[in-house]
Design a protein around this ligand. Structure first.
Ligand SMILES: Cc1cc2nc3c(=O)[nH]c(=O)nc-3n(C[C@H](O)[C@H](O)[C@H](O)COP(=O)(O)OP(=O)(O)OC[C@H]3O[C@@H](n4cnc5c(N)ncnc54)[C@H](O)[C@@H]3O)c2cc1C
Length: 485
């Protein structure tokens, strides 16, 4: 089997297929595995450059168990006590505790939200997850047979509860009374690169992962996930070809036959792509993929400043958000005006709060991120300069500091660098957005009827973006491919 790309999806399918007995070769254009899950090391600092929130770690456990890895050698991670610390412009803060009851009490104490409303919401999203996860996340929606299971029929009968016809924001407005808590729950739309003002309320289910199941963190930081899965794949005999850009998938007689790189044509019985499916359609396949692909709205991208900060901030946690004052205008800027809002919500992730070696003593490694549109002819140099100024101002006001004086190292990640590094079209973080009713459930399938032996994994195809769903995509493809060659 040939796998294109060593992102989370590519690593997971390589491990699964090697475990099943296939001989697997992974072609990766970069010199390291991980794709968007990557890292920078410089001047004594280490930064995770992509994902920072780790949910559903049991999907990593499950993959390791599947591959027969001993429990004692599996990826170590911890459950967080505080998922995220939220800062509002009215000076209020909320610590989102992993413990749901403590979180409900915190919302009451800090902003006066009725804890019963939090409890009811968390119950509702738990039920929604239980009713839908197995159907929508762990199965292909493109196999007719999957629709004739009792579990699916039950869910269809209860379709009104899935909340497809209201937006996340509208539903959250009905469920909560305080603007701070509404904004906090609206934020989950960004977990698949969407806007809470457009995405269906079904996506409120994302909150279940953090608020009920919990948020986690690998004890050696996020990149340890990629390193660990890479090592596991190698131990299963997977061959990694780094610095190998795949130019084309060769299709003959409606069958995927080979992969073309600079070093020639490599033939395989089965080919699996972890490439962003829009990039693949534009560049690597002489076969029309679904026309729908062109019409689908890309997910958001991000602008990130990696700062080595020569000061410690005890008021900050591992994950922090300083919210914008006008969330609606902020998302309007990303998705309609295709620019970055002048008062963006700023996410600050500091892995050195947990992994002490990630920054020199007395210092912190700040990953400062704002949402951004995908590339669309913007003047990025200007936009980055302007946004940096706005972020610095916001941080200085909030923490009464002159942060510029403490930044001793800086690197910048933008939609342009994300696109260049991972070949994700426009620098989209999650493939396509979930901004329309059916976008979330009608992502690109994991296989095609029109081309045999070609499969798709990763964040741009079903069931969606983010580490857990990329792992789920590999599980779905695994089920599609017979075992034991
Ligand atoms: C800034 C940022 C923040 C994020 N935050 C979170 C978060 O907190 N939590 C979370 O769960 N997710 C988050 N995500 C999303 C998550 O990182 C992705 O959904 C996931 O990592 C994508 O994995 P993938 O399998 O789709 O592969 P990708 O990571 O997209 O990697 C694809 C790989 O394939 C290689 N490749 C592509 N085409 C070719 C080719 N033709 N030839 C050879 N190699 C090729 C690329 O070089 C790349 O290494 C974030 C992403 C970013 C960028």
């Amino acid at each position: 089997m040939g796998v294109i790309g060593s992102g989370v999806g590519g690593l997971a399918i390589a491990i699964r297929m090697a475990t099943k007995g296939y001989q697997v070769t992974v072609f990766e254009k970069n010199d390291h595995p991980g794709g968007k899950l990557s890292q920078i090391k410089a001047k004594g600092y280490r930064f995770d450059t992509g994902p920072s929130l780790f949910t559903l770690p049991e999907l990593v456990d499950e993959l390791e168990d599947y591959a027969g890895e001993k429990k004692s050698q599996q990826l170590p991670y911890k459950k967080l006590d505080i998922i995220c610390k939220y800062f509002y412009q009215n000076g209020k803060t909320i610590n989102a505790y992993t413990d749901p009851e403590r979180f409900a009490q915190e919302c009451k104490k800090q902003v006066g939200e009725n804890p019963d409303r939090i409890r009811t919401h968390l119950k509702k999203v738990e039920i929604l997850y239980k009713q839908t996860a197995n159907i929508f996340l762990f199965n292909s929606l493109h196999r007719i047979k999957n629709y004739f299971r009792w579990e699916v029929l039950k869910a269809v009968l209860r379709f009104d509860r899935v909340n497809l016809f209201s937006t996340m924001h509208n539903e959250n407005q009905k469920r909560f009374t305080t603007p701070e808590v509404i904004q906090l729950f609206d934020r989950y739309a960004t977990y698949n690169g969407s806007s809470p003002f457009m995405a269906p309320a079904t996506l409120n289910v994302i909150g279940h992962l953090e608020n009920n199941i919990g948020a986690y963190f690998p004890t050696q930081g996020m990149y340890a996930i990629a390193e660990h899965l890479h090592q596991l794949a190698v131990s299963k005999g997977v061959d990694f070809q780094f610095n190998k850009l795949v130019k084309r998938i060769v299709i003959e007689n409606k069958q995927a036959k080979a992969i073309e790189t600079d070093s020639g044509i490599h033939t395989f019985d089965i080919i699996c792509s972890d490439t962003d499916v829009s990039y693949l359609a534009d560049n690597m396949l002489q076969h029309p993929l679904e026309k729908r692909l062109k019409r689908m709205q890309p997910s958001s991208s991000a602008l990130i400043f990696y700062w080595g900060v020569k000061k410690e901030f005890p008021e900050l946690e591992l994950h922090n958000i300083i919210f914008s004052n006008n969330y609606r205008s902020e998302f309007d800027a990303y998705f309609n005006k295709k620019t970055i809002y002048h008062d963006p919500s700023v996410y600050i992730f500091i892995s050195s709060k947990m992994v002490k070696e990630d920054a020199p003593p007395g210092r912190e490694n700040w990953f400062v991120m704002v949402n951004a549109p995908t590339t669309d002819g913007q003047n990025w140099d200007e936009l980055i300069k302007e946004t940096r100024k706005n972020i610095v101002k916001k941080i200085n006001n909030r923490f009464n500091v002159k942060i510029e004086n403490f930044i001793e190292y800086e690197e910048i990640g933008s939609p342009l660098t994300i696109e260049a590094n991972t070949l994700s079209k426009g620098g989209a973080l999650y493939g396509h957005s979930g901004n329309s009713k059916f976008a979330t459930i009608l992502r690109h399938p994991n296989f095609l009827r029109s081309i045999k032996n070609l499969y798709f994994v990763g964040g741009s195809v079903h069931p969606g973006g983010g580490i857990p769903l990329c792992l789920a995509s590999a599980k779905i493809v695994d089920k599609e491919i017979p075992g034991n060659l």
